[in-house]
Write a protein that binds this ligand. Sequence first.
Ligand SMILES: NC(=O)c1ccc[n+]([C@@H]2O[C@H](COP(=O)([O-])OP(=O)(O)OC[C@H]3O[C@@H](n4cnc5c(N)ncnc54)[C@H](O)[C@@H]3O)[C@@H](O)[C@H]2O)c1
Ligand SMILES: [Zn+2]
Ligand SMILES: [Zn+2]
Length: 376
Amino acid sequence: MGRMLATIFSEVGKEPTVEEVDPIEPGRNDVVVRIAASGVCASDHHVLLGSLPFPTPLILGHEAAGTVEAIGSGVTRVSPGDRVVASPDPCCAVCWYCAQGQPTLCEALPRISTTPRVRRTDGSIAFGMVGLGTFAEFMTVDEASVVPVETDLPFEQLALIGCGVTTGVGAVLVRARVQAGSSVVVVGCGGVGLSVIQGARIAGAETVVAIDPVEARRKAALGMGATDELDPGKGDAGERIRSLTDGRGADYVFEAVGRPETCVQSIGLARPGGTVVLVGAPAPGDRLEISLWEFFGDAKSVMTTRFGSVDIRRDIPRFVKLAESGLLDLASLVTRTAPLETGEVNAAFMALERGEAVRTVLVPRSPNASDRERGS
Ligand SMILES: NC(=O)c1ccc[n+]([C@@H]2O[C@H](COP(=O)([O-])OP(=O)(O)OC[C@H]3O[C@@H](n4cnc5c(N)ncnc54)[C@H](O)[C@@H]3O)[C@@H](O)[C@H]2O)c1
Ligand SMILES: [Zn+2]
Ligand SMILES: [Zn+2]
């Protein structure tokens, strides 16, 4: 594989740039993927802000789909030409956590996150975010990081299954196991929160309340399965939720913002005995302060989730089927597509910050891709 474009983040406060890099020779268990589409998730933005630290220089991006271009001699799970969804949490299938059925805690992550993947023109090497690095034309990843999918869904939609959709739907169906007929509140309606809302609808929740300060996001939520919406800046959210739940509070509350104050609020919105899933990603210094007295008395379950706590090999194909059947609406989550250019990557982050686009999907244009392939 020859030179390619990749988006490199080097330090907090410095704009990430799309630059030409040379891929490092793939290892025995590596897979080279031609990236067809990559969503811009809030977690990429957290990296820029310094609240999600990774070794640098770093190729940004962790939500993508593409086609297998080449495989190492030890690869058994995919073949060249396969369509794949990349996964931000690998599943090696053999470590202690994978064997326990908790593969989003797979022990391969630290190793693959610190494997050099490309050489820059100044001679320095760069890593791929969580072993991926999807804001690029190609990526070299461990085979534990990709799942083959047989589908004709457009790549721009498939890409979202690589993080936001699987996180949100998995949080509902796998982590919380929401019961039909229940009441669900979702705090934060970005790509992740809107996927939680869709998961709640699929699970048969009766009441699904969307909370977000951005009106367009609340509107999108109503289109994806929310039955009610509320602006957190107006009135008392707790009172409103109790009025919708016979005075008790919600059976399930999902936090999809990632701030301590919205986590505290989410715990408060659940009924006694209810379940709270903190999906939003906090910063390293964040603390959660709640009344232990109330928490004890109300016997609530509070849990976090990484990547929806899914088993990627079981659940990614399952979510693809949900999308094919029309139960999962991926098209409405893709609000913008853009080419892989420095200005566009940064515009996508600005849009995310302002709550404008739900998901910008970067589509690398590789006019010379086939030449590169032949030259490899
Ligand atoms: N657990 C995981 O594995 C995992 C995976 C992916 C993303 N995440 C995290 O999930 C969070 C959401 O990601 P996203 O891509 O949907 O982000 P996003 O920025 O698109 O969405 C966040 C939403 O929260 C809303 N918001 C802001 N303040 C609010 C408030 N006080 N009350 C209610 N809503 C409020 C914003 O208007 C926005 O719509 C991020 O923290 C991200 O890092 C976690
Ligand atoms: Zn993400
Ligand atoms: Zn593992």
